[in-house]
Design a protein around this ligand. Structure first.
Ligand code: RTP
Ligand code: MG
Length: 139
């Protein structure tokens, strides 16, 4: 995955609430181009692999259960400065601390069910994108 790309998931709370279209509109209006997208569902085991970095954290088991509780949408996005600009667009992990107008401020239900994921580095964007997509699914 190129350095100007990031990876995101619309999480089960936002997907099941029917907020996918509104979130995609925000993403495109912020200048991101969708280069890969799919609706899928993680098993608890796959969620555990995706969030392996957090396995010692107290919220890990709950997070894996929540992330496998329903369908998600996974996407790769392209824009200059994609990783940092996307983290700005989605806002703080805890919606109570998220800035006005951010995706999490508008759509997150709690610190856990917080509507959306955004990669935190170019390296993780690459790893997370390839967790969901093969090269020929990325345009
Ligand atoms: P993400 O990886 O999903 O983009 O979120 P993030 O960087 O803002 O937050 P991170 O620290 O990586 O945490 C990953 C996800 O775990 C859930 N979480 N729950 N109960 C809690 O205290 C807690 N803290 C984090 C959230 O779903 C968070 O996005
Ligand atoms: Mg994170």
């Amino acid at each position: 995955m190129a350095q100007n790309r990031t990876f995101t998931m619309i999480k089960p709370d936002a997907f099941s609430a029917g907020n996918t279209g509104a979130i995609l509109k925000m993403i495109e209006e912020a200048g991101f181009r969708i280069v890969a997208a799919k609706v899928t569902k993680l098993t608890a085991e796959r969620a555990g692999q995706f969030y392996e970095v957090h396995k010692e954290r107290p919220f890990y088991n709950d997070l894996c259960e929540y992330m496998s509780s329903g369908a998600i949408m996974a996407l790769i996005l392209e824009k200059d400065n994609a990783v940092a600009d996307f983290r700005t667009l989605i806002g703080a992990t805890n919606p109570a601390e998220a800035a006005e107008g951010t995706v999490r401020k508008l759509f997150a239900k709690s610190i856990e069910a917080n509507a959306i994921h955004g990669s935190d580095s170019d390296e993780n964007a690459q790893l997370e994108g390839s967790f969901f997509f093969s090269k020929d699914e990325e345009f």
